[in-house]
Design a protein around this ligand. Structure first.
Ligand code: DDH
Length: 288
């Protein structure tokens, strides 16, 4: 057979559920890492790999996995994601045929599901690119800016206001690290459980400003100053159009899960050159 067709055959042979299971097993292998799970940083890797998409030039997105290379790996927004990429190297060593774009997005889906989130349909089809396809710096949202900046960034990807708010609900997971972003702390007290707690927190707590060591600032919960919100997030909550969706998802977790699954799949598939006949996977949780 020709090299091209044997490549196709090989790809068909990857057992993606097994890849999912191997990633799932890795999530809590180091109880000393952050809150005991690599899940949040893997979700962030999938998002930052995908969120560089520009719908007009059709550049960026998860397809090329260009964050493997400088300059993209060195963009300030990607600080700390080397941890997630290094973890994925271990999986890649076992499944060398999988593209990095497929692997990183599958890991994001796995982390969401294993931490209690909705089933996110996933398809293979990303192809690795070279560093010449790295995206310019500045395509990901700046946490210090206002709602209009957040709109500019997500409209460029092709999302509307409701989709933007659903996506930001991923901040139920994980935390900010001073050495990565300059911000500090989780968005609520259970950062390894995917839930609508982020929306409940932003809409019901008393947020006060806290000055940070590097001279910046963030919002903290008056009653638990370990819990935080980014300047951009409270700015979004104070925007009438965005606010109605924050309040909707705070009241209705089922609606949030349903919308998040749809919009996270959309995010992870931005700019991916699917042929149209790819199998859609609904991965089984390791607890199922
Ligand atoms: Fe985020 N995010 N994010 N985020 N994000 C950070 C951490 C995590 C913004 C800024 C930050 C999304 C949207 C936004 C996750 C997922 C998603 C941190 C802290 C900053 C800052 C990084 C660090 O210090 O380690 C801003 C601004 C936005 C915005 O849209 C307004 C979206 C859409 C997602 C998603 O996944 C769909 C996750 C998970 C984390 C936690 C990472 C960790 O290591 O823990």
């Amino acid at each position: 057979s020709t090299p091209a067709s044997s490549t196709t055959e090989k790809k068909k042979d990857i057992d993606y559920q097994q890849v999912y299971n191997d990633i799932a097993e890795m999530l809590d292998e180091d109880s000393d890492y952050d809150d005991g799970s690599y899940g949040p940083v893997l979700v962030r890797l999938a998002w930052h790999a995908s969120g560089t998409y520009d719908k007009d030039s059709k550049t960026g997105g998860s397809n090329g996995a260009t964050m493997r290379f400088a300059p993209e790996s060195k963009h300030a927004a990607n600080n700390g994601l080397v941890i997630a990429r290094d973890l994925m190297e271990k999986i890649h060593a076992k499944y060398p045929e999988i593209s990095y774009g497929d692997l990183w997005t599958l890991a994001g889906v796995c982390a969401v599901q294993e931490l209690g989130g909705p089933t996110v349909p996933w398809r293979a089809g990303r192809q690795d690119a070279f560093e010449t396809s790295c995206t310019p710096d500045g395509r990901l949202p700046d946490a210090g800016k206002k709602a209009d900046h957040i709109r500019d960034v997500f409209y460029r990807m092709g999302f509307n206001d409701q989709e933007i708010v659903a996506l930001v609900g991923a901040h139920a997971l994980g935390r900010c690290h001073p050495e990565r972003s300059g911000f500090e702390g989780p968005w609520q007290e259970a950062p390894t459980v995917f839930s609508n707690e982020y929306f409940k927190a932003i809409s019901s707590r008393n947020w006060i400003k806290k000055t940070l060591q590097d001279g910046g600032w963030q919002w903290v919960d008056k009653n638990n100053t370990d819990v935080m919100m980014l300047p951009a997030e409270i700015a979004m909550y104070n925007d009438k159009e965005f606010k109605k969706y924050f309040d909707l998802y705070a009241k209705d977790e089922e609606k949030f899960f349903k919308d998040f699954a749809t919009v996270f799949q959309k995010l992870l598939e931005l700019g991916v050159p699917f042929k149209g006949d790819e199998k859609v996977y609904h991965f089984k949780r390791t607890t199922e």
